[in-house]
Design a protein around this ligand. Structure first.
Ligand code: C2E
Ligand code: MG
Ligand code: MG
Length: 724
């Protein structure tokens, strides 16, 4: 605000003391200039409080122009209401001591002492408040008579704000977060109680030290370099850091450091606040563990395995080294689980996990994919594929060997397990993780296919086979409706060559392609569920032929055997299915024989027996196929209503050359006879085999020596020509 042009020139008051010889007008001008340019608000009033003078700073602070205030009374202008009342009382002649508070009290003290000062509140023209420090002095003339008051006020708003901030800062300093203030040279100046609580160091122990007293050694030099670099660049750093308490315990904290600069912009302090995030870390790691680890074995789960595979693929792209993925499947785990219970199964899986962990190198990953499937990821297998394959195979062998060692179960018994292992090599991003996993899976499938307890590598031939398999499955889905199946029959004879019956053997003839043998499509049909409609078709055809046989004298007393897969037998409506097929064609149930394999017998025994008995009541008989390839002991077999036992072809084949096979076959035949089971030798191709079998008591035979699988028409013709 500029000087009001109407403002009168200030006249020196009579009581101004001047140095001898000073020209009074000059002095007045100087005094006036001082008053006008002072940084304080200066207001002079007469005794009644009427404003006589109001300097430029006052005009600026309070928002009034000169002519708006001069001649008016101060209280009504600048003071709050209660102070106005107090003033009125004072004017009425009340003594200073009566004045108790506010402006009243101030004036009272001024009158008593000649001057007084205190913090005060002015009201600006716009109504806002202004905090000032006010000094009031009495103005007296040369005779000492009171002629007025002089008020000098300075704006203390800023100071009050500072004080307020300091109070807030002081409270903040007492907060839950640990606070440490250092000088620019990082010497600790102050710490708060939370700091002591968190670190264990008292303020006395900490002040004067460097923050490195808290170092845990977990972060390396580059971590701190990066931190100081960022602090220098931005004045700020925050992040997670591991520190050490006085007790030696290492803990994680969330740390924020701010650089403080003085008015000149020079770095003066660092303020660090930090809090203990151990609990957060525990929760975080629990979540991490649940998401990425198998709860039973604590091994990484499939998600983490895929994660690591992905990283390994990226790393090997840079290093060009090979890695390998091993898929490990525990053979017959389901049987163990079903027969001994899930607790034992779990215990076994934990032990498998332990053995895997012990078999691999430090940087490798052993994971549980789920169920009885495990995986191992190896990296850094070198630059040569052949050498990498050898390394991977060696490790796979080691694992296979480890899993062959007997497992001691909780009840003290021993369990012998084995594993099938599929291996796929990888390097960089030659193939996606998805493809890599699929290939390891294919290799595993091959290992199982090779009779289990085996190791197989994925190679391209496998891929081709797999593609063929996919094409086969697609074709199989349409084969029934396109009527592409044929049923053949293979004769079964007694010692004299007399025909006893035949076994139905299915063939698939896709159009324009070679005929497919059951071994190449039945497992596929089982996996895809197609075995149900295919099996039903076979049963229906068999009953049709039985009915036809019944009409022919040469065939009416013959048995017809039908192969039934375990999954087909397990169907809930299997008994009804058989019964319906028999009735549909009016076939004699007593002439139908169902061939089952040993794998079925490991299922729920009671249920299997009950089903067999239901069929038995229909008149149907049972034959146990491929005996000797599974686990069933002859004693175990007594629990099931079998009438016939078929010695697997693989034993018969080498009967003449392999003494072991010869011994096995003769033992099976002898025991079968003891148990009053009708023993059939399968795959008899030579007279030599036949002679051996006869010599050891076998009475029934099936094999190329007596006839290959043939169409029913040929069979009937052959039967008709045989002597009865
Ligand atoms: P399987 O029931 O053990 O049938 C005997 C297999 O041995 C037949 O193979 C037969 O052709 C073959 N065989 C018989 N005598 C000889 C011989 O002297 N030498 C040789 N090398 N082989 C001989 P095929 O027809 O390939 O059938 C294989 C398997 O497929 C059967 O084994 C049976 O388990 C299954 N299968 C066949 N037909 C059906 C069916 O309709 N349903 C089901 N579920 N499985 C079937
Ligand atoms: Mg059979
Ligand atoms: Mg067989």
């Amino acid at each position: 605000m500029s000087q009001d042009p109407d403002s009168p020139q200030f006249c020196c008051a009579a009581n101004i003391h001047v140095a001898p010889g000073t020209a009074l007008p000059d002095l007045c001008a100087i005094q006036y200039a001082i008053l006008e340019n002072a940084g304080y608000s200066i207001i002079a009033t007469d005794v009644a409080g009427t404003i006589l003078y109001f300097n430029r700073a006052a005009q600026q602070m309070l928002g009034y122009a000169w002519h708006e205030v001069v001649g008016r009374e101060t209280p009504e202008l600048f003071h709050v209401e209660d102070e106005v009342v107090a003033k009125a009382r004072m004017r009425a002649g009340a003594s200073a001591t009566d004045c108790s508070s506010g402006f009243d009290a101030l004036i009272g003290r001024v009158l008593a002492e000649g001057r007084d000062e205190g913090d005060w509140v002015y009201v600006r023209k716009d109504g806002s408040r202004l905090h000032v420090h006010l000094t009031i002095t009495t103005l007296r003339d040369a005779t000492g008579k009171l002629i007025g008051f002089l008020g000098i006020a300075s704006d203390i708003g800023e100071r009050l704000r500072m004080e307020q901030e300091l109070r807030v800062a002081a409270i903040a300093f007492e907060s839950q977060a640990a606070i440490m203030v250092t000088d620019a040279g990082q010497r600790i100046l102050r710490v708060n109680p939370a700091f002591t609580k968190l670190t264990g160091y008292s303020a006395d122990e900490a002040v004067g030290q460097l923050p490195s007293m808290l170092k845990s050694g977990r972060q390396d030099r580059s971590f701190y370099q990066q931190m100081w670099h960022e602090l220098g660049e931005t004045g700020h750093w925050q992040g997670e850091i591991w520190n050490r308490r006085k007790s030696g315990e290492i803990y994680p904290e969330w740390l924020t450091i701010s650089a403080v600069h003085d008015a000149e912009g020079e770095l003066s302090h660092y303020v660090s606040t930090f809090s203990d995030i151990s609990n957060l870390k525990v929760a975080e790691s629990e979540i991490h563990h649940l998401a990425f680890y198998d709860p039973l074995t604590s091994l990484p789960n499939r998600r983490l395995l895929l994660n690591r595979l992905d990283k390994a693929c990226q790393a090997t792209r840079r290093s060009a080294e090979y890695g390998a993925l091993l898929f490990i499947d525990l053979d017959h785990f389901k049987t163990l689980n079903d027969t001994l219970g899930h607790d034992v199964g779990d215990q076994f899986l934990i032990e498998v996990a332990n053995r895997l962990k012990l078999s691999i190198r430090a940087g490798d990953t052993a994971a549980r994919q789920g169920g009885d499937e495990f995986a191992v990821m190896l990296d850094e297998l070198g630059l040569e594929p052949a050498a990498a394959a050898v390394l991977a195979e060696n490790l796979a062998e080691k694992i296979r060997g480890e899993l062959l060692r007997p497992f001691r179960l909780a009840d003290g018994s021993e369990h012998y397990g084995s594993a099938s292992i599929g291996i796929s090599l990888f390097r960089g991003q030659d193939k996606s993780v998805e493809v890599l996993v699929k290939q390891a899976d294919i290799a595993l499938y091959r290992a199982k296919d090779a009779g289990r307890n085996a190791i197989r590598f994925f190679d391209n031939a496998m891929q081709t086979a797999l593609d063929e398999r996919a094409a086969l499955e697609a074709g199989l889905r349409c084969a029934l409706v396109r009527n592409e199946f044929r049923l053949l029959v293979q004769p079964q004879v007694d010692t004299t060559g007399r025909l006893l019956g035949g076994e139905c053997l299915i063939r698939w003839q896709p159009p324009g392609r070679p005929q497919v043998l059951p071994g190449d499509f039945i497992p596929l049909a089982e996996e895809s569920g197609l075995i149900a409609p295919i099996g039903a078709w076979v049963l229906d055809e068999a009953c049709l032929h039985l009915r036809r046989w019944a009409e022919n004298e040469a065939t009416r007393d013959l048995y017809l055997s039908v192969n039934v897969s375990a999954s087909q037998f397990r169907q809930a409506e299997f008994v009804e299915q058989v019964s319906a097929a028999l009735q549909r064609h009016g076939a004699d149930p007593a002439r139908l024989k169902i061939e089952l394999t040993e794998s079925l017998l490991l299922d729920d025994v009671d249920r299997v027996v009950a089903k067999m008995q239901a069929l038995q009541r229909l008149g149907v008989r049972f034959s146990l196929d491929d005996f000797g390839t599974g686990y069933a002991s002859l004693a175990y077999l007594k629990r099931f209503p079998f009438e016939q036992l078929k010695v697997d072809r693989s034993f018969v084949r080498d009967i003449a050359s392999d003494p072991d096979d010869a011994a096995i076959v003769s033992a099976i035949v002898a025991m079968g006879n003891t148990l009053r089971l009708n023993v059939v030798a399968e795959g008899v191709e030579t007279e030599e085999q036949h002679a051996f079998l006869v010599e050891h008591g076998c009475r029934c035979f099936q094999g190329y020596l007596f006839g290959r699988p043939m169409p029913f028409t040929d069979f009937a013709a052959q039967a008709g020509s045989l002597p009865r």
